[in-house]
Design a protein around this ligand. Structure first.
Ligand code: FES
Length: 64
């Protein structure tokens, strides 16, 4: 069964809900700003694709 609120960024243990909430609250539109605000994606970069999908889920298509 798929976890409800999976860890997106395993390096920094940042969960999906935390990233989505920060994107919504601060109106973030880029991977970079999500990294600045949550630290997700700032270590190995392996979760960047998933962060991108969350940005897309919230805003629709986003510029990279
Ligand atoms: S998994 Fe997010 S930076 Fe490594």
């Amino acid at each position: 069964m798929k976890e409800k609120d999976p860890i997106v960024c395993t390096c920094n243990e940042i969960r999906q809900s935390e990233i989505e909430q920060t994107i919504r609250e601060k109106g973030l539109k880029t991977i970079e700003t999500v990294g600045n605000e949550t630290t997700a994606g700032t270590v190995c970069g392996g979760c960047v694709d998933e962060i991108y999908l969350l940005l897309e889920k919230i805003h629709g298509k986003v510029e990279l």
